[in-house]
Design a protein around this ligand. Structure first.
Ligand code: 5GP
Ligand code: ZN
Length: 112
């Protein structure tokens, strides 16, 4: 989708530090890390937010979680948190569905 920074990262128009890529998803390190390990996993199809997930496009969500677990095993991450902010009030700033993967420090609950 034109104008979407994550679509531009997928196409290579905006550079990023790649963690993993396959035909369905792309993973890269967050520009502003909130933990010692902080990367994002995004579907290659433009889905605006978690609110736009439906029966037609949801298969890629499961795939993203499988990829997250694969990366975690490869990196030896025994504990991590997956976060999806949905909508402005929840803190979503980029409107292309993404899964934050945070690891390497103690996490608090409830999240802020
Ligand atoms: P959100 O606020 O929507 O939950 O998460 C968006 C995330 O994307 C933020 O953590 C922000 O640091 C990250 N981000 C925004 N622009 C870029 C960019 O151009 N490159 C990378 N690597 N991360 C970005
Ligand atoms: Zn996009």
């Amino acid at each position: 989708m034109s104008g979407c920074i994550f679509c531009k990262i997928i196409s290579g128009e905006i550079p990023s530090k790649k963690v993993y890529e396959d035909d369905q998803c792309y993973a890269f390190y967050d520009l502003d890390p909130q933990a010692p390990t902080h990367f994002l996993v995004i579907p290659k199809t433009h889905i605006e937010s978690a609110l736009a997930i439906d029966e037609e496009n949801s298969a890629v969500v499961g795939h993203c979680y499988a990829v997250i677990a694969k990366i975690a095993r490869e990196k030896g991450l025994e504990s991590y948190r997956v976060v999806t902010n949905c909508g402005l009030q929840a803190g979503q700033s980029v409107f292309h569905l993404h899964f934050h993967v945070l690891a390497g420090r103690d996490m608090t609950w409830p999240p802020g």
